[in-house]
Design a protein around this ligand. Structure first.
Ligand SMILES: CC(C)(COP(=O)(O)OP(=O)(O)OC[C@H]1O[C@@H](n2cnc3c(N)ncnc32)[C@H](O)[C@@H]1OP(=O)(O)O)[C@@H](O)C(=O)NCCC(=O)NCCS
Length: 172
């Protein structure tokens, strides 16, 4: 197993992992699987924002999971805050990879001098909620019935972790 920075060659595998979650769960509030074009735009936004996509591959070169972050909201004063995501291929869940990916994306955000990380989690996603709590995220909000999928209303819970940086934050 090898830890990597994902490149465009991993987009198909990332798309597969996203689409499994879209079709089978409420982890993502999409109805339709994402097209290759949507993933190209997703990748371009990561590149433009200089935001990481870290991954883990097995000895056969299969992407087992990935984690990333991007802007929380687009107004400039949110510049020290990121919203992250972590996804493990359904074939490799329950092996500790989600925990390691989340630990690594926290470390990456620390290294890049962000101050707050936000996890936006479907309220029924017990695994993700427990994972975030175990890694020191605190529940900071709940939004009821903001989604509708699979014939039912979906609640969101918000989790945040305050990081130590930056040493000298500035306006503007
Ligand atoms: C959430 C997800 C990333 C977790 O990854 P994973 O590799 O399966 O998780 P891990 O094996 O690292 O386990 C993480 C923790 O959750 C716990 N856990 C596992 N399954 C659980 C469950 N059904 N309910 C509660 N806790 C659970 C584990 O015990 C572990 O805790 P520990 O490290 O203290 O022992 C993975 O399930 C996934 O990709 N799900 C679909 C996409 C998704 O929901 N992403 C998050 C969106 S917010």
């Amino acid at each position: 197993m090898t830890w990597i920075e994902c490149g465009p060659q991993h987009l198909d595998a990332i798309r597969g992992i996203f689409n499994e979650a879209i079709v089978n769960s409420t982890a993502l509030y999409d109805y339709q699987p994402r097209s290759a074009e949507v993933m190209q735009a997703w990748w371009a936004a990561k590149q433009k924002g200089n935001h990481p996509v870290i991954g883990v591959v097995n000895d056969e070169g299969v992407l087992m999971g990935f984690a990333s972050y991007g802007p929380f909201r687009h107004f400039p004063a949110y510049k020290y805050t990121v919203e992250h995501s972590v996804y493990v291929d359904s074939r490799f869940r329950g092996l500790g990879l989600g925990r390691q990916l989340l630990e690594r994306i926290i470390q990456t955000a620390e290294t890049n001098d962000f101050h707050a990380m936000i996890g936006v989690i479907d309220a029924s996603n017990a695994t993700s909620i427990s994972l975030h709590e175990r890694l020191g995220f605190e529940r900071c909000g709940e939004m009821r019935q903001v989604g509708y999928k699979f014939g039912r209303w979906l609640d969101l819970v918000l989790y945040q972790k305050i990081l130590s940086g930056p040493a000298a934050p500035i306006d503007g």
